[in-house]
Design a binder for this molecule. Structure first.
Ligand code: MN3
Length: 244
């Protein structure tokens, strides 16, 4: 988010006040649990903003209290609200079988979804008590970046090189057993970090142009005649087990 968007969002949400911080419904997680997991939804499946796992001033002097308050209570809350709205509107589109606005709502879903997921990880990635890297993490960092120092240099360089708004990200690829550093511009570009692909369709022209020319729609329809549901099911079930 650039400075202008930052101010705009801050002003818009500031006017609405902070009354809208979602509650956790019937089964609030215990306060201590916020250090252990990324709380993204409540028991009903609504996306919610979990409280910070530490006080707003806990990261002083490195990150100041005022920034943390604004960042968490205003900006992150904005993503949560936007994600719930996009989710609701997409559900309505399915119910009404009216997909005229699907491009818009998919953009919103990606923008607010990535905002919610990445900020949740970000808060939990920080603490005034830094703890210690595990032996397993150190071993993987050495395998993939030569050493911890190699990773740190790359992560800093990648984060500093992001054009305009974005994120430095250390990610793990379970299927390849690799850690990678990515510099993400903005945070969505029609994706949602933390979401694992289960079924994908290549809609670049090279994937269909010889046969379908400009008729991408026919190609998309035809794809549904060749989906391997055994593969899709296995990917879904493996992820469900591995990440439970
Ligand atoms: Mn942010």
């Amino acid at each position: 988010m650039n400075k202008r968007e930052f101010l705009k969002t801050g002003a818009a949400l500031g006017a609405a006040g902070l009354m809208g911080i979602p509650s956790f419904g019937k089964t609030p997680p215990a306060a201590g649990d916020f250090n252990k997991m990324d709380v993204l939804t409540d028991a009903s499946g609504e996306y919610v903003l979990a409280p910070l796992p530490y006080a707003y001033n806990a990261l002083e002097p490195h990150i100041d209290e005022a920034t943390m308050k604004l960042h968490h209570d205003v900006h992150h809350l904005g993503y949560v609200k936007g994600l719930n709205t996009a989710t609701k509107m997409i559900k309505e589109a399915i119910e009404k079988s009216d997909f005229g606005m699907v491009k818009h709502w998919e953009r919103e879903l990606a923008f607010h979804g990535s905002g919610h997921f990445l900020h949740t990880i970000f808060w939990n990635n920080m603490s005034p008590d830094q703890g210690k890297r595990s032996a397993a993490l150190d071993a993987q960092l050495s395998k993939d970046f030569g050493s911890y120092e190699g990773f740190e240099k790359l992560f800093k360089a990648a984060s500093k090189s992001v054009e305009a708004s974005g994120w430095g990200i250390l990610g793990y690829q379970p299927h390849a057993d690799k850690l990678v550093v990515l510099s993400a511009e903005k945070h969505q570009n029609q994706s949602q970090w933390i979401t694992y692909p289960v079924l994908v369709l290549d809609v670049w022209e090279h994937a269909y142009y010889l046969k379908y020319q400009s008729k991408r729609g026919d190609y998309v329809d035809a794809f549904f005649n060749v989906i391997n549901w055994n593969d899709v099911s296995k990917r879904f079930e493996d992820l469900k087990k591995a990440l439970a």
